[in-house]
Design a protein around this ligand. Structure first.
Ligand code: SAM
Length: 251
């Protein structure tokens, strides 16, 4: 079983009950050995098999996901799984989203090189780092201070310099820096918070999973002058958006 990491090598326990010598009734002391983790190759395979093969063709999104070192955004014991096709635990009962979902949300958001982006739900900071490749600046809000601190460290380790992480209730948006060209919510909301729609720039876009616990739809809101349009995309499952304009903490 993998239990740790040393640089780019993952340490494995060699001893297990299936390789005990005959007549031995307890495990010998564990003999660690090291397997190299070829993260660039795992990342290329993640993009090819989980993103491009599922029909996502936006070259900017693929390039950004090829560039961002996802293993730097997961806890050390999860690093061997960093490029797998699933969400992973990051502490405080929260998850780093499945890579495919990050691609879906980023493609739906379609940030431009000069976009100011507001993200709600920093989590590990991975989605923020992907957005940071594509946009000019990202302000990201996380309600758990421990996750915000860790995400800030992860972003620094990954060399990302255009993301600011704030602690607070993101359902309120962040009025001091509004309006935003793009707003991305990475937690599931019962409805679209009007506070966020009102902080969109003219021509701006908000992407947010909306629906009951356990099943939402990726919802795209666009503001053009006084008109606000709404479109629904893929089904998805996100952890709840908890806050004044989201779910109650115990809902
Ligand atoms: N995008 C993240 C990543 O790449 O690791 C994963 C986000 S995780 C699925 C959702 C995050 O939203 C959690 O970290 C959770 O604490 C946060 N969250 C939930 N409600 C929030 C709120 N009202 N304001 C800010 N963050 C919130």
């Amino acid at each position: 079983m993998a239990f740790g990491e040393c640089g780019r090598f993952v340490r494995y326990e060699a001893a297990n009950s299936s390789n005990l010598p005959c007549g031995t009734d307890r495990a010998e002391p564990a003999v660690p050995y090291y397997l190299p983790m070829d993260y660039p190759r795992l990342r290329a395979s993640m993009v090819a098999t989980q993103i491009t093969a599922r029909g996502m063709r936006d070259p900017g999104v693929s390039e950004a996901m090829q560039r961002v070192e996802r293993h730097l955004f997961v806890p050390p014991d999860q690093r061997p799984h960093a490029y797998e096709d699933r969400p992973l635990p990051i502490g405080d009962g929260q998850t780093i989203s499945q890579p495919y979902m990050v691609a879906v949300m980023t493609e739906a958001l379609a940030p431009a090189a000069d976009s100011l982006v507001l993200e709600i739900g920093t989590g590990s900071g991975y989605q923020s780092a992907v957005l940071a490749v594509l946009a000019a600046h990202v302000i990201s809000i996380e309600r758990h201070a421990t996750l915000a601190t860790r995400a800030t460290a992860n972003l620094e380790a990954a060399g990302v310099t255009n993301v600011e992480v704030l602690v607070g209730d993101g359902t309120e948006g962040y009025a001091p820096r509004a309006p935003y060209d793009r707003i991305l919510v990475t937690a599931g909301a019962p409805a679209v918070p009007e506070t966020l729609t009102s902080q969109l720039a003219d021509g701006g876009r908000l992407v947010i999973p909306v629906g009951p616990h356990g099943l939402q739809r990726v919802t795209i809101i666009e503001r053009r002058g006084g008109n606000v349009s709404r479109k629904e995309g893929e089904s998805c499952v996100f952890v709840p958006l908890v806050g004044r304009h989201g779910w109650a903490p115990d809902a």
